[in-house]
Each structure stands twice: as C-alpha cells, then as structure tokens.
Design a protein around this ligand. Sequence first.
Ligand code: AMP
Length: 567
Amino acid sequence: MAELMEVDVSESVESAFAGLGLDSRLVETLAALGYEEPTPIQRKAIPPLLEGRDIVGRAATGTGKTAAFALPLLHRLAAAAAVVTPTKARRQPTALILVPTRELAIQVAKAVEKYGQPLGVRVLAVYGGQAMHEQLRVLDRGVDVVVATPGRVLDHVRRGSVKLDTITSVVLDEADEMLDMGFAEDIEAILAGTPAGRQTMLFSATMPPRIKVIASKHLTDPVEILVAREPVAAGTVPLVRQVACLVQRQHKLAALGRVLDMEAPGAALIFCKTRTEVDDLSEALGARGYRPEALHGGMSQEQRDRVMRLFRAGKANLLVATDVAARGLDVEHLTHVVNFHVPSEPEAYIHRIGRVGRAGREGVAITVAEPREQGQLRLIERATGQRIEISRVPTAADLRIRRREIFQATLKGAIAEGELEQFRAILGSLGAEHDITDVALAAIKLLHQARGGDAEDGEDIPVMQPEQPRGGSRNDRNDRGPVRRGGPRMARIYISVGREAGIGPRDLVGAIANESGLPGSDIRGIEITDRFSLVDVPEDAADHVIESLNGARLRGRRVNVRRDRQG
Ligand code: AMP
C-alpha cells in the first residue's frame, strides 16, 4: 500500500481514507477539501471508532483530531439513516461534543458541518454568553450534533431543550482544559444522563490523573491512542537552523512574504496541508510578485514531472507542495524548508526539515505558526530535543536594510564579474561633465528603482508574544533550564542589546561567529527583547564566547555579555 502511494499519488487519496472504512460520501468530501492522506491520529483512531470502540486519545490541536472523531461520528449518523431520511418529527441530537470554550465550540461545529455537508447533517454550537432563545429556536427545528461547553448544555438539559437519552456518541475534547476550567462536575452530570451504551471519545493534550479517573469511570475498555509522544531516536534529527514566526492567521501570507524577502532563499520548499492550500498559496504568492510552482497529488504525473524538473534545474526557486507530493523529491541544492502551518506530528516535521542542510551546508527551517499552534510546536521540540527559536516576523525596516544588503551584494557581484569595458565610453562622456561619484549614484538610484525601490507591503503585522507552557512557571527561560542539543549541555548567554538597537538574529549569530569563531549552527534559542538578547551556546564554549564578545560593538553599541542569571 505504501509503495503504491508513492508510485501514483493522485490515486492514493481516495483509497487512503476509504481504506479506513469511511462512508464514500465522506471520502469524497475529504478529497474535495484537498486532504491527501489521513494524519496519524486519524489513521489510528478512525478504524476502532468505526467498530464502535471507546477511545482515549492524547493529541493536541493541529494533529487533525477534530476530523479523527468527527468522521466516525458522521459515518455512524449516516449509517443510522437518521439524517438521510428526513422525517417530519423533530430530530433529536444523537451526538454531543463537549469543549472547553466558546471559540472551540464554534470552530468544531464548523468543522463537523464541513465534513458532514454531503450528509445534510445539522450541527449547533451551544455556549454561554449567546442568547438562549436563538439556541432554542435552532434546537426546535431539529439538530443532529450539538457542540457545547458543559455549563450551557446542562442549562438546556435542565430546561428539557436538549435530551441526553437519545445521545449515542459523546466526545470530550480538550478534556484537560475542561477540567482546568472547573467543568468536572458538569461533565460528570452530563455523562451520567446519557445512555450507558453510548460511544465515548476522550481527547486531551495531557493526561493528568484526574483525566485517567474520568476515563476509567466513564469509558468502556477504551483503545488508547498516543500521538507524538515517543521521543525521536537520538541522531536522527538533522541539525538545521529552526525558527518559527508567530502570526495570526490573517497575516500568515504577508509574514511569509517578508520571510522570503528576508531570507532570499536559493531554493525553498514550502509545505501546505492540503491540495487546496497549495493552490491557494501559490496563487496568492504569484499575486505578490513571486514565481512559485505548485506540486500536489491532484496534478497529473506529467505536470508534476515538469515542476520537479524546473525546480531541480534551479529554474524555479519556490515550490509549494503537500507532504505526499513532495515524497521522493530529493533536491540537492535546497536551502530552505518552510512550513506554512505547524505539521501535525513531529515525524512529519523532522522528515520535512531533513531535506535541507545536506552535505554540511547550513539549512534553514522556518515555520509560520498561529498562536494556537504553539502547543504543537512544543511537542515537536520535546520529540526532537531541539529548540525552535521563536523569531519575530521581519519588519518593514528589517526588509529595507536587507534589500540594501542584497542590492550591494548584487553590485559587488557585477564589479567582480567584470566585462564592464563596453560601458566605459558612457562613463567617459558623462565624466567630462559630472563628478564620477554623482554618475555612480545616479546609476545606483536607477537600478534601485528598477528593482522596486523601498516598496513595502504596507501591512501591519501585530507581534504575537509566545505563550508560557501550561503548568509551568511564568518564566519560560527558567522553565526550560539548561538545554541539551544533540548531547552537549547548553548555556544561556545574556547580551545587553536588543530590538531597540536594531538587533536581529543575524546580528547576534554574525557577531558571535566573528568574535569567537563558534559556528552559527551551534548558536540556538535566540530570544530578542527590546533591551537585551539571550542565546544558547554549548556550555564548553560559553566562557570563550563571553570573553570574546564582551566589549565588542554590535550595530554600533558596545555590548555587555554574561551568563544569564535566570538560565
Ligand atoms: P485539528 O487538529 O483538528 O484542529 O486540525 C488541524 C487542521 O488540520 C485543520 O485545519 C484541518 O482542516 C486540517 N486537517 C485535518 N485532517 C487533515 C488531513 N488528513 N489532511 C490535511 N489537513 C487536515
């Protein structure tokens, strides 16, 4: 099966989901949504759920867990024919999905509606703060799936507007969050009111004892599913500079544009989750003046071969692809891997970033992450034992500086290349009338303008602060303690300049590498605040780095360097 998928990607999509046993209408919907293959939690959870088993799944947001429980739930609804034969009688909900927050209720309800559309499933999100009469009106018309926060659904149960005795499936989503928010008693009350023969699915990012108690009390012989818990074997994680930019969803495209401008990649592979996203992102990048090529399983073999040829030959430097389509794509000169979302599992992340940094060249892996995906980033860090540096999105000012650097490098290149003789006559005649420096400046100005000048995307991208790990102390740095990377113990170094002095990660890496000779790849965990910066360097090099960097100038400022007191 796996081999077949590699041979012909376009045919594998349907069979990958159909192979799990899902209703053909759901499989078609998934193909239409551009999903190319099930995520690991979907692969593991869907078959037992279709058999009617209870499950306990340890999985965070971003792993595809919503579809993992929603698809079997919808499959069962369709099989029960409750939705396919519309009756005059009011439809009673048969599935109840409990979530901790209003936002999640809305998000999950939308997802269930999206997957269940071909079945005509009716979904209602029920949460506090929303007008009761509106919820009552919709309930009165008949609903199949209720997605609710525990408190509000209990209100409905007490009023008789939601009946629990018709419920055949219950999902507890983000169970740990629900307990943290004090919903334990409400959950108990709800479960107690549903029929004993129901199917119960519990998902939680963490498994504290309280969750285990709920699971053992309310679930029957559940299948336990762990995603991304096992650390990856040492030595299998490639050493690549890994950074992530945190941005809100609506700014992801602008952020990616800036990252591409800043990095000016020789050859970048940009990963998307679905075919649709690949198409959309390629188009959007094209509209912004880039020349990306798209690669996904929905394209013919011929089209895919053409794109791969262009990319391998260096005629295209941006390739937007799905994991499935990029399988088997081995590009020697790849400099950057960009994740346009946080991959659903550490293995996928490692596999992706393993494509850069081959043959001793420094590779860069950049992840554009939404704030809600930070938990998933941390899971990846835990699995790889490597830190993913949270970097701010380049600002318009960073880009101006960077463009000038690139511009200067282009001019230097032209000087080095020579073959300037044919233009000497022009310089000669202009030089007779004007100062040679002015002539050069005018030429530079024209070239600069021709390359778009200091054009800016004009978009204001708000800076997102990384959230503190749950359950940890307020100080992230303290929390992580000394970092180990591929074996060596790391030391945290404080440097007395930060964002206000115009410092960026490149300045720090450049200065440390120049002054101390430490290779850039040994410098990790860069954190830049307004006033100061912090970096991790191998413990055995720390004193040398401090000594060589202390008193050096960084962006014109003399710096103080010492071990970070907190670290
Ligand atoms: P979740 O973990 O449920 O929040 O899902 C994260 C994101 O992954 C959502 O945007 C889903 O639409 C998307 N997704 C879920 N399953 C797949 C899949 N098999 N292939 C591609 N994208 C998926």
